[in-house]
Write a protein that binds this ligand. Sequence first.
Ligand SMILES: [Zn+2]
Length: 251
Amino acid sequence: MFGKLRLWRVRRIVARHPIAEPLWQAALRRCAPARRLGASDQAALRVLATLFLREKSIEPVQGLVLDEADRVLLATHACVPILELGMQWFDGWHSVIVYPDAFVPQRTRIDEAGVVHQSHAPMAGEAWDRGPVILSWADVLRAGQRPGHNVVIHEMAHKLDLLNGVANGFPPLHRRMDPGEWTRVLSGAWEHLRSEHRQGMPIPIDPYGLESPAEFFAVASEQFFEAPAALREHLPQVYRQLERFYRQHPY
Ligand SMILES: [Zn+2]
C-alpha cells in the first residue's frame, strides 16, 4: 500500500498522532461500512484515517464546531473507499469545508442558449476538481439512515472520478480492468434505470444517480459500501465492477 519513504512517514504520523481508542470505537459505531470490516482491515482504515486527519484540513464554517470525535468520524467515512487503493488516491486537494446543514452554492451557469441560471438547490455535498470537498454536517450524520446513503463516500467517489479529468463516471481503472466492460456495464445500467424510472417503475438506487454518469458512479459507490447486499442483488454487474475498482468485497 505504501512506498518505503511513505511508509516511514506513515509510521511517524501514526506514532505521533494516534486516534484515541474511544474515538475510534465511536467512529466504528457510527460508520456501518467500517464496522463491517474484519479486524486487520479496520486497523488499516484507522491508519488511513490518521493520515487523512494530518494531510487534509477539515474546516467547519458558519459557526459549526467539530470536535475530535466528529473529525475522526468524517475521516473514517472518507477513507472507506480508498482502503485498498491508498492515500495517494486523495492527492491533489487539501480542504474539506463543512457547513452545518444543506448549503446553497452561489453559482451561475450559462446554458447553450446563453441563458444564465442561478443555482438555488440546497446541496448535501460537492467535490471540486483539484479543489475542496464541501459537506453538510447534518447529512454526514445521516449516513446509513436511508439505506445506501453516505454523502462522504459519495463526494469521495467524485474525487476518485476526477483523478483522470472530468467527472464522468470513469475513474482511473486498474491495469487488469477492462475499460470497455466498465463503460458497457455502468452506462448500460444507467440507461436501463433511466428508462424504467421514466416509465414510473421503482428503481433500486437513489434516482439522483440518474442525473449523469458521474452521479450514477457516486450513488452506486455509496450503495456499494452502505448497502452492498441490495446492490449485488439488483445490479450484480455494477457491483462486480465496483468490487474490482475498489478492490473490496463489502458483501
Ligand atoms: Zn454527486
